[in-house]
Structure formats: C-alpha cells, structure tokens
Design a binder for this molecule. Structure first.
Ligand code: XUL
Ligand code: CO
Length: 448
C-alpha cells in the first residue's frame, strides 16, 4: 500500500534500534506469538471514531486545535461520508483491526428521529461497504444518549417518559446497526444516567427505569437475532455529579439486582477507574474474578488533573498490570478488545499526531503484554499468592475454605495463642522487593 488519504505510509515495525522513531512500532508486531497467541489476538486494538475523527481537541477551557485533512468540507452529510473513507484508511495504515462508534459520531442528527435514522443509514451503507473491502471489524457501537439537550436530565433515567421513549427508539436503531455491521459488543455508557441533586431525584424509580431499558434491549436483540455481547461502562461522575454505574462493583450489583447479569458484562476504562478512586487494575480484577470482564477502553488519567482527560496509554506499569489480568483471564472477553477511548493533547494537533498517539498506545500495551507474559511464565505473582494464603491450604484453614469451620472450632485453635505468635504467623510481604522485581521484569522482558 502506498501513501493513503492522510499522506502517511503504513506504520512499520522498527524494533528498538531507533528508540526515537515516532512513526514505527517498537514492540507491537501483529503476528508475534506471546503466551500461545498472536499479539493481534491478545490485544484486539480498536480506534474510537469520536476521538479520532470528530474530536477537535477541546478541553473545558479551550477551543479545538485539531487539523484534519477533511476540514475544508462544510456540508455535514458530505463530511460524514468522506470521514468514513478517511477513517478506514487510518485503520489500515495503522494496522488496527477494529473500530468503535456512537451513532451520532458518524452522521449528523436530523430534526426528528426518523430523519436522524435516515442520515445514519446512508453512512452505515458506506461503512458496510468499506468493511467488506477491508475486513475491518466493529468491536462495538453505542448510542449517544448524552449530548443533546433532550437528555439533560438523563435518557433511560429521565423524568420525562417522552425522552425515555426517544432514547428507546434511538437505541432500537443502534441495535439494528450493530446487527448489520456484525458488532462483537454493544456498549452502554450512562453519560447522564445519574443525578445532580438527590432531593429532587427518585433514586429507586430511576434505577428501575434503567433496568427496564436494558431488559428491552435484551429482548430486542433476541427478536432481531443480534448476538453482540452487551456491556456496561462504569464511570463515577462527569458529566453528572453522581453516575449510577459508579464503578465495576456498583454496576455488577445493579446487574444482579435486576436479573441482568447473564446478559451483560463490563467495559472498563482506565481514566474512569481513577475518577472512582481505583486503579485500572482494580477494576479489571473486580470484573475478572466475577467472570464479568467484557472489554477495555484503553486510556489513562493524570494524577494531577481532576477530570477525565482520556490520555493515550503510555504508562508501562499500568499496561503491565492490566495485561497481567487479561492473561490471567485467558483473554479479553472473549469478544472484547482494547479500544483507544483517547485523544492526543491539544498541543499535538497535527493529523500525524493522531498516528503517533495510537502507536504509543499500541506499543505500551504490546510491551505490557510481553512483561506480563514473562511474569506469568515464571509464576511470579502466582507464587507470592500461593505462599501468602498457604495457611488456608491445610488444617483448620482448609476447613474454613471447605465451609466446615465454625466460630467455636476456630476459637479452640487460638484461645491460648500468644499475641506475638499471631503476628509472626503473617510473615513479611517484602512489598518493596515485590515492586523492584516488577521493575526488573519490565526492564528484562523488554530487552529480550
Ligand atoms: C466517556 C466515555 C464514552 C464511552 C462511550 O467518558 O468513556 O466515550 O466510552 O459512550
Ligand atoms: Co469510554
């Protein structure tokens, strides 16, 4: 393939000889085998339409700075159709096999739902055609139920039945699109499903409505034969003060309470985890151990900024931790992937920066995969965990795990144990050494 619409050559693998090359992969090699699978299959990278092709690189205090090759096109429909071609050229030049979008990312909104649907269908025709030509797959699509003023008090949790109905209608068409384009997953991010003030909010009724909305989605998917995995994407706040799908634990509790846990899994995002006071690894672990790991929005937050900055992932420590969890789960999903819900900084405004930023994210996750695979191969963390809980493998500890111990039987074991013996039974965690060993794994695995 020669230079594409963006004027960029297909991104090559350059290895680590020239560590400063910004338009080449240093670690990501699609077909390289790691822990029994290709990197491509472990990582299943997806490009996010909204950030890459719509986002103007605004922040809460500043206008957009983005320069894109289609900026001169002014007619909204012509622009929407042109962007599809730019998007597909971008995916192919980069070498990412999946993409994701919201309905309103890809086509202009009309005055009525009928008009909006007609606009969407024209663009979806083009997307479908480009998918056939290129083999690109849709990791997930979703409905934008948060931007329009009609959703200012929520969509599925709006106090207006009319707005609820509109959201339901909009969702219906998005599910039809998911079916048409062969989506692997369908995501629900409750952007405005929450509240600004609890005094004027019927919390119970809003949660009930949100659950009804999800049940209707499940029913309609069955009706039309859509087999995409449904995913909830937790986020604790922003834009609302409090969002109902606060974090992985809250979302899973909600799904279980409303009998939806068999139909949904979670789409977890790094920056959202941080806003909830968690690490990304914590959220992935929580979902993994519950069998609810669906897919990942691979971005990162910033320690010093309080809002969702959707930065491209570059922190190897975090990507190692996340990929350690993914390896422990045997994969993301199986239908999930790593979607770059991320945008370049305002100061990285050129079209080329869009490639550079994705390369950084893909390399950071490929490197994280390599390090995590080495740690698993050695059973490093597994060994630490085995030793730490060894007292539950035999004797009265094992009885607890079997469900056989009682308060009385356990009391008899420790009634006369001196205080110091209890402390000594714990042993030291050598936590500093543990962290140093992870650093050593990172340096060594990436040098090989
Ligand atoms: C917003 C966010 C969304 C979802 C999809 O913070 O993450 O882009 O991923 O609606
Ligand atoms: Co997201």
């Amino acid at each position: 393939m020669s230079k594409n619409l963006w004027g960029i050559d297909p991104i090559p693998f350059v290895g680590t000889d020239d560590v400063r090359e910004g338009l080449g992969f240093h670690y990501y090699q699609a077909d390289r085998q790691v822990a029994g699978k290709s990197m491509k299959d472990w990582l299943r990278f997806a490009v996010a339409y909204w950030h890459s092709f719509d986002q103007r690189l605004v922040d809460p205090f500043g206008d957009g700075t983005a320069q894109r090759p289609y900026d001169a096109i002014t007619d909204p429909m012509e622009l929407a159709l042109a962007k599809v071609d730019y998007a597909f050229d971008f995916y192919q030049t980069l070498g990412a096999p999946f993409f994701c979008f919201h309905d309103r990312d890809i086509a202009p909104e009309g005055d009525t739902l009928r008009e909006s649907n007609a606009n969407l269908d024209r663009v979806v025709d083009r997307i479908e055609q480009r998918q056939h030509e290129t083999g690109m797959k849709l990791l997930w699509n979703t409905s934008n139920l948060f931007n329009s003023p009609r959703f200012l008090k929520g969509a599925a949790t709006s106090p207006s039945a009319k707005v609820f109905a509109y959201a339901a209608g909009q969702l219906k068409h998005s599910l039809e699109i998911a079916k048409r384009l062969g989506a692997e997953n369908y995501v629900f991010w409750g952007g405005r499903e929450g509240y600004e003030n609890l005094w004027n909010t019927d919390l119970k009724r809003e949660r009930d409505h949100q659950a009804r909305f999800f049940h209707m989605a499940v029913d309609y998917a069955h009706e039309i034969g859509l087999d995409a995995q449904f995913l909830i994407e937790p986020k604790p706040k922003e834009p609302t003060t409090h969002q109902y799908d606060f974090d992985a634990a809250t979302a899973m509790e909600f799904l279980r309470a409303y009998d939806l846990d068999k139909d949904f899994k979670l789409n977890l995002e790094g920056n959202h985890a941080n806003l909830a006071g968690h690490t990304f690894q914590h959220e992935v672990r929580s979902a993994r151990i519950a069998g609810m790991l669906g897919s990942l929005d691979a971005n990162q937050g910033d320690k010093l900024i309080g809002w969702d900055i959707d930065e491209f992932p570059s922190d190897l420590y975090e990507t190692t931790a996340v990929m350690w969890e993914v390896l422990a789960a045997g994969g993301i999903g199986p239908r999930g992937g790593l979607n770059f819900d991320a945008k370049p900084r305002r100061s990285s405004f050129t079209a080329e920066d869009l490639f550079r930023a994705h390369i950084v994210g893909m390399d950071a996750y490929a490197a994280g995969l390599m390090v995590a695979a080495k740690m698993h191969e050695d059973g490093f963390i597994e060994g630490i965990l085995k030793d730490r809980y060894a007292s539950f493998d035999a004797g009265f500890g094992a009885e607890v795990d079997r469900g056989a111990g009682t308060l009385a039987s356990l009391e008899a074991e420790v009634l006369d144990t001196p205080a110091q013996e209890l402390v000594n039974s714990l042993g030291s965690d050598h936590l500093e050494s543990l962290k140093a060993t992870i650093n050593n794994y990172m340096i060594k695995a990436l040098a090989e």
